[in-house]
Design a protein around this ligand. Structure first.
Ligand code: KG4
Ligand code: ZN
Length: 353
C-alpha cells in the first residue's frame, strides 16, 4: 500500500512486542498518545533459572499473545476493524520469541488489509524519551541499557540511528541480574539491588570500572560480575571462608556494585556526547529506571549543560507502547511486506583503538 494513501485520516495503531520475556500489545494514536498498554510479564516463569530461558519464553508468548492483543483493544475501547496499521518489533531479540509477535502481526495485517510496520526494539526504547517530551529530543546521543543491551547510538532523527558503542560481553542489566542472584535477591535483580543499595555504602568495596578512562565507546561488565562474586562468595580455592552475607554486607555490596555500573554508564555517555558533538542525551531500557543512575544523569545535565531525557519509569522495561515510533515510519511511508522476517542479532561496532 502506498504511504500517501495511508496518511490523512489514519489514527489508530496496534503495536506488538515479544522480543524477550514480556508479551505486550498497545494501542497508540497518531499524536503518540497511549490508549492502552498491556504487558504480560514472564518473570515468574524464569525466576528460578536466574535469567530468561528462550524456549520457555517463546512457548509462553504463544499462549499469551492473543489474550494480550484482545485486552489492549478492550482497554482502548476499540475493535480490530478500527485499526489503521499494525506495528511489530522484529529486532533484535530471541528468535523464537520475535517470531510469535511477527506471526500475529502479519496475520492481522493480512486479514484486516492494514499496513505492517517493522520496528527496531532498541530504537523504540529511545523513542520513549520523545514520547515523554513536548520538544524534539533528537538529534541526540542515545544509550539503551537493559538486560540484553548496553548500546550507544548517534540518533540523527527519530528514524535514523547509528550504533556507535556497545558492550563487549554482558549487558549492564544482565550484570544487575547476576549480582542480585549471588546476593540471594530475586530476579529481575535491578530493582532489588537498587532497594538493597539504599541502606548501603557505595564506597564500601572498590569494584573495577572497565574501560572507564579509555577513549573508546565500549563497555564491559564481566570483570565487575566476577569481582562481586569473589567478594561475596569468596575466591575459588581459598581456605578462608568469606564474611557472612549479613543484611548490611548485602546492602554495601549492592551499593558499591550499583555505583560502579553507574560510574561507567555516566562516563561513556559524556564521552559519546563529546565525540559526536551532541548536546542532547536520551536514555532508555530497563536499567534507565534505576534511581541512582537517574540522579547522576541529572547531575551530568547540570554539570555539562547537556539536555538529558530519560524514559519515563513506566516505559523503561519492555512494553509495546514504545511501538509509537511506528508512526514516524508510517509518516514516511516505510511499510513492510508480508515476507518480513525477524533479525535476532545486533550488529556489533568495531572496538579497536
Ligand atoms: O528493557 P528490559 O525490560 O529488557 C530488555 O530488553 O533486556 O530490561 C530489563 C532489565 C533487567 O536486567 C532488570 O534487572 C533491569 O532491566 N532493571 C533495572 C532496574 N529495573 C529494571 N536495573 C537497575 N535498576 C533498576 N531499577
Ligand atoms: Zn528492551
Amino acid at each position: 500500500m502506498a504511504g500517501s494513501e495511508q496518511k490523512g485520516k489514519a489514527d489508530l495503531l496496534l503495536a506488538i512486542e515479544s522480543s524477550c520475556d514480556e508479551t505486550a500489545a498497545a494501542v497508540v494514536n497518531s499524536r503518540r498518545e497511549v490508549l492502552s498498554s498491556v504487558v504480560a510479564s514472564q518473570d515468574d516463569l524464569h525466576q528460578r533459572f536466574g535469567g530468561v530461558v528462550p524456549e520457555i519464553a517463546s512457548r509462553a508468548h504463544l499462549s499469551r499473545i492473543l489474550p494480550v492483543i484482545d485486552e489492549s483493544l478492550r482497554r482502548a475501547g476499540i475493535t480490530l476493524k478500527q485499526l489503521d496499521a499494525i506495528a511489530v518489533m522484529t529486532e533484535p531479540g530471541l528468535v523464537g520469541s520475535l517470531l510469535v509477535g511477527l506471526t500475529a502481526a502479519k496475520t492481522l495485517s493480512l486479514v484486516l488489509g492494514k499496513p505492517l510496520i517493522a520496528v527496531n526494539h532498541i530504537h523504540a526504547h529511545l523513542y520513549t524519551c520523545q514520547m515523554a517530551s513536548d520538544r524534539p529530543v533528537f538529534p541526540a546521543v542515545g544509550l539503551v541499557v537493559s538486560g540484553g543491551h548496553t548500546n550507544l547510538y548517534d540518533c540523527v532523527s527519530p528514524t535514523e540511528y547509528e550504533l556507535i558503542g556497545s558492550t563487549i560481553d554482558d549487558a549492564a542489566g544482565e550484570a544487575f541480574d547476576k549480582a542480585a542472584a549471588l546476593l540471594g535477591l530475586p530476579y529481575p535483580g535491578g530493582p532489588h539491588i537498587q532497594k538493597a543499595a539504599e541502606s548501603g555504602d557505595p564506597h564500601a568495596f572498590d569494584f573495577p570500572r572497565s574501560f572507564l578512562r579509555d577513549n573508546r565507546l565500549v563497555f564491559s561488565f564481566s570483570g565487575l560480575k566476577t569481582a562481586i562474586r569473589y567478594t561475596a562468595l569468596g575466591q575459588p580455592g581459598s581456605r578462608t571462608p568469606p564474611p557472612e552475607l549479613t543484611k548490611q554486607r548485602v546492602a554495601d555490596l549492592a551499593a558499591s556494585f550499583q555505583e560502579a555500573v553507574v560510574d561507567i554508564l555516566i562516563a561513556k555517555c559524556e564521552l559519546a556526547l563529546k565525540t559526536y558533538h551532541r548536546t542532547n542525551l536520551c536514555i532508555g531500557g530497563g536499567v534507565a529506571a534505576n534511581t541512582r543512575f537517574r540522579d547522576r544523569l541529572a547531575d551530568l545535565e547540570s554539570r555539562t549543560g547537556s539536555s538529558v531525557s530519560v524514559a519515563p519509569t513506566s516505559l523503561c522495561t519492555d512494553n509495546a507502547a514504545m511501538g509509537a515510533i511506528a508512526w514516524e515510519l508510517f509518516e514516511i511511508g516505510q511499510f513492510a511486506d508480508l515476507d518480513l522476517d525477524v533479525t535476532p542479532g545486533l550488529v556489533r561496532v568495531e572496538t579497536k583503538k
